[in-house]
Design a protein around this ligand. Structure first.
Ligand code: NI
Length: 135
């Protein structure tokens, strides 16, 4: 019997969406105001889901306290109040869209969570715009 457990988290970060191989005009066409040279910020909301079997000894899929701590150390401490383009080397050559950021977060969590389970990441860039990545 598989059950999905979920944990919400939050961080603020700045970025700009800009492909350095394209002209400023083309970037403006593709990314609009998100290509603004001096960056802009978002209040990101993150939902992490783990789908797995209920452990017979604990009655839990995974300890939500452990999940909270992993999200804090792996994601929030790394990304909160950062400039994604400048502070996070991964985004030196990868455009920090919500899509790419959700993949980055998923990979960090997958490496940190030693459980045979399906991991899903839902990342809200705005209250209405969000992305899901399931690996
Ligand atoms: Ni943006």
């Amino acid at each position: 019997m598989k059950v999905t457990i979920c944990r919400k988290a939050h961080f603020n970060a700045a970025h700009k969406l800009y492909n350095k191989n394209l002209s400023m005009e083309r970037n403006r066409e593709i990314f609009g105001k998100c290509s603004n040279e001096n960056y802009h910020g978002h209040n990101y909301e993150l939902i992490v889901k783990l789908c797995g079997e209920i452990n017979k000894d604990t009655g839990m899929v995974y300890d939500l306290g452990d999940l909270k701590n992993i999200i804090k150390t792996e994601i929030e401490d790394l990304l909160d109040h950062k400039n994604l383009n400048i502070d996070i080397p991964y985004f030196n050559d990868i455009i920090p869209t919500t899509e790419n950021l959700s993949v980055f977060i998923w990979n960090k969590l997958r490496n940190a969570i030693e459980l045979d389970c399906e991991i899903s990441v839902i990342l809200y860039e705005t209250p209405r715009n969000f992305v899901e990545y399931t690996g």
